[in-house]
Design a protein around this ligand. Structure first.
Ligand code: F6R
Length: 241
């Protein structure tokens, strides 16, 4: 595991954007696995600006998302699809055939999970970006999720719905379920980059780096992966030394 500790969130965003920029430049047909949430916002802004300024080709790129809420219209301003459309799909001029995200409006959710997992297997993810929840969740894989889980429907924990309420204005508006890539699906990526910022992520990072592998801390599943980079700020790294 390779760990970079940055002074603050801005520096974290620059470092993470640089890493993704280099990988995309080296392999324009790269398959990226991406996350939503607050942490990647800074790096996405830097990445899309730099790619545009430098005229990096994007027509061969494919991006896959970790998760999507169930029961929210794809075009809702709160869907992860809309988040991604604003952050990267549109600014990078990606065509529909270049981006993939679970369909939270599917009539048959089990079938949708199967379809998404098969697609991950068919294309393969080269580089997966992950944020981490304060309880150690990755994707929407909450504590207790089996490490061999594939793409599945989850009932969101109250604590996660509380945190995500900032995007919805009110907790009661946060959907109760989501489709998420499972832990095993995430581990299939060739390379994984975890980004974390702020004191509230410090315990999860500590468990990841120094704790034992346990399903109570989903992020510890990554200990089994051979190519993981962590980019975190000083606040989230406070228990690491
Ligand atoms: C987002 C996702 C989540 C977030 C995590 C951290 O697609 O799957 O696991 O990465 O909840 O969220 P932030 O970055 O908002 O702290």
């Amino acid at each position: 595991m390779n760990i970079t500790i940055t002074k603050n969130y801005s520096e974290l965003s620059v470092k993470a954007a640089e890493l993704f920029y280099k990988k995309i430049k080296a392999k324009p047909s790269i398959h990226l696995g991406l996350a939503t949430g607050k942490t990647p916002l800074g790096m996405y802004e830097i990445l899309r600006k730099k790619m545009k300024t430098d005229g990096l080709p994007t027509d061969k790129l494919k991006v896959f998302n970790l998760d999507e809420y169930v029961g929210l219209s794809k075009n809702s301003s709160k869907s992860f699809y809309t988040y991604m459309k604003k952050q990267l799909y549109e600014p990078l001029g990606l065509k529909e055939r270049q981006y993939y995200i679970p369909n939270g409006e599917a009539k048959d959710l089990e079938k949708e999970c199967l379809r998404y997992e098969q697609m991950i297997d068919q294309f393969g993810i080269d580089l997966q970006l992950l944020g981490v929840g304060r309880n150690g969740h990755i994707g929407f894989n909450e504590p207790g999720t089996p490490f061999d889980s594939l793409t599945h429907v989850v009932k969101l924990k109250e604590s996660t719905r509380k945190v995500n309420a900032s995007f919805f204005g009110d907790e009661s508006l946060v959907p109760t379920r989501a489709i998420t890539m499972g832990i095993q699906s995430i581990l299939k990526a060739k390379e994984i980059v975890v980004i974390a910022s702020g004191e509230e992520k410090a315990r999860a990072l500590y468990e990841f780096v120094h704790g034992k592998m346990t399903e109570e801390w989903p992020i510890t599943a990554l200990k089994n992966h051979s190519n993981v980079t962590v980019i975190c700020d000083q606040k989230s790294a406070r228990f690491l030394k």
